[in-house]
Design a protein around this ligand. Sequence first.
Ligand code: DGP
Length: 116
Amino acid sequence: MAEETIFSKIIRQEIATPLLYQDELVSAFRDIYPKAPCHILIVPNKLIPTINDVKEEDELTLGRMITVAKKLAAAEGIAEDGYRLIFNCNNDGGQEVYHIHMHLVGGHALGPMLSK
Ligand code: DGP
């Protein structure tokens, strides 16, 4: 059994992080350490520790994460200028919270995709 993270508590609203979106599959809330003017995390309600743990049965949830990202980008007013969607996986990918999440970042030009 994978261990729950702080994200499960946010999803269940056991801690007071405002939700920007929630449905039966996914939730979204602002990143606590924003790396850009807009930095939102879109997470499956179900605990999936890493992208390596994704199963075919999760495809609907993963697709929903993208359609929710699209809607939130429009709501944030950054859709036309553009934004970036990021999944980090495990140590080399820089993953810190082991409950998969898609970062929606934008609000200014983000520059090169990777930097060290
Ligand atoms: P990653 O490195 O991809 O695992 O990103 C984890 C992100 O989660 C990081 O940008 C900071 C954010 N984060 C960690 N703890 C919390 C929290 O308690 N609340 C919120 N809103 N964001 C958090």
